[in-house]
Design a protein around this ligand. Structure first.
Ligand SMILES: C[S@@+](CC[C@H](N)C(=O)[O-])C[C@H]1O[C@@H](n2cnc3c(N)ncnc32)[C@H](O)[C@@H]1O
Length: 270
């Protein structure tokens, strides 16, 4: 297959990637045939998936605007993905051009595209790293350049932690970042998950395809997501369905009532 000019030379075009499949669902332009095939197959099993993904994106926007309202001007965006319209630095710098952002992702396409888009934006850095290795992320030159940990920083983990299994200790990963944060800092998380036995057959089938072709996911419900906020006080309304976190429209609440397959929350470090 022909390699597009924006694709880094060292990636396997035949293997679907989380960031590129997500970009396809979001309506972006940075994916390959293998990504599109996996994305379409999953959508066939669960046609509502695109709406799910768009709701996580909408939460990201609401959370960043909330954080700006709290005076936060520094953002560590972990698992930042491929920047399509309305990503963290756009929202933050629209509100305050002095806002600083570090985007971190493991996917080379996400990183290459972020770098080309952000070239010349001195207050945004892009780091290619595995977010589970919080020591390397926190000691990187990119983080050092942009973030002052004596001041509040918002750590964003949007649609990320379901890619960190229990064996990979997501509590320890979150704790590694939390321990570096000054009081008044925040953590924002959105996560795939259900309560009890409410997962539908179509979701189970979509997950089976996604796990096999893209990446294994660990679903977590309200209780598990709450446990990830140890050391933070949850901002009202606590851990809720993604569209129900500070909803902006009746549509958000209608979605939330449909047993939306994911939860979100924002916590403040005391
Ligand atoms: C579902 S996408 C969400 C992207 C973005 N946060 C958003 O809300 O649009 C998850 C992203 O996390 C990245 N990711 C998954 N596991 C990661 C890891 N261990 N380290 C760094 N990035 C990771 C993927 O490459 C992907 O870009």
């Amino acid at each position: 297959m022909q390699r597009p000019s924006w694709a880094p030379g060292d990636i396997d075009l035949e293997r679907p990637g989380i960031a590129r499949v997500y970009d396809y669902w979001l309506g972006g332009a940075h994916h390959f045939a293998a990504d599109r095939a996996a994305a379409e197959k999953t959508l066939e099993a669960m046609p509502g998936l695109r709406g799910v993904v768009l709701n996580h994106r909408a939460f990201l926007r609401r959370a960043v605007r909330y954080l700006l309202g709290q005076g936060v001007r520094q953002f560590l965006d972990l698992g930042s993905g491929i920047p399509t319209v309305g990503n963290v630095h756009e929202i933050a710098q629209h509100a305050d051009p002095g806002a600083r952002v570090v985007h971190v992702d493991v996917d080379p396409v996400a990183v290459a595209h972020s770098r080309s888009l952000l070239d010349g934006n001195a207050r945004v850095s892009v780091l290619q790293a595995d977010v589970r290795d919080f020591g390397s992320v926190l000691s990187s030159p990119e983080v050092d350049k942009q973030l002052d940990f004596d001041e509040p920083v918002a750590v964003l983990m949007i649609a990320l932690l379901h890619f960190v299994s229990d064996d990979e200790d997501p509590w320890g990963v979150v704790g590694g970042y939390r321990d570096r944060l000054a009081p008044g800092s925040f953590l924002a998380v959105s996560h795939a998950g259900y309560e009890g036995d409410e997962e539908t057959a179509s979701s189970r089938e979509a997950r089976r395809i996604y796990d096999a072709r893209v990446a294994p996911m660990t679903l977590r419900g309200r209780v598990e997501l709450t446990s990830l906020f140890a050391g933070f006080s949850l901002v009202e309304p606590g851990v809720v369905r993604v569209p129900a976190w500070h909803p902006e429209s009746p549509d958000d609440l209608a979605e939330a009532g449909k047993r939306f397959p994911g939860f979100a929350a924002l916590g403040r470090k005391a």
